[in-house]
Design a protein around this ligand. Sequence first.
Ligand SMILES: [Mg+2]
Length: 251
Amino acid sequence: MIVAFTDLDDTLFQTLRKLPPGMPGLIPATLGRDGQPHSFCTPAQSALLAHFADSGVTVIPVTGRDPAAMARVALPFTSWRVLDHGLTILRPDGQMDTDWRGQVLTQLEPLQGALRDCTQAIAGLAEALGCRLSHHTAHETHFMTVLKHPDADAGSLERVQLALEHHLDSRGYADLQIIANANNVSVLPRYPGKAEAVRHLRQQHFSHATLTLALGDSLSDLAFMNACDLAVTPPGGQVLRTVTAAKLPQR
Ligand SMILES: [Mg+2]
């Protein structure tokens, strides 16, 4: 048995903004809140998914999307699903994995004070820079604060990120981490995350898999990619851009 654990956004599909203008052969993969197609699979991404389906590979999404955003993904996932950056696991029948929920809540509880403190500390600067601040919950519990700039202004997002990093350092919040993407900066627990959810699924349900693949584009995917046998990452993604820019000695 082969299992592919895969990030979704910017790995299996992306918005038109990130594609060359007029690219042929795009297939809608998600709907926006307005019900219109929002993200699309390129022919290469569609071919990969078709290849997985034809060869009986079990495909398990591992995404930051919450259940509502996952419901807008049109791709036919039929196995387990990892949502909320690893904090939620859905069974193949769509029901919540309540064991995992219990473990996650136990680990989130002691981090609530630090999360609240970080959120309060960044609120003023975020507002001054025109960033929107939102609380994200899993299992009715705050686990992530997201700062989004409506125009994805890189300078504003960088200032927010640096201020948050400084706050985490100065308070010694080693159990929280910051992840940044094109139009947002988020603060969330370091553990549990995508990697712990993937390890949990491997141990509990896929210990007989002969090969586990990991697909992801972002630095925040690296931990779960390191928890699989082989990693696949798109060109132009955060992972390859970072590796390409690093002037590492070859050994
Ligand atoms: Mg991604």
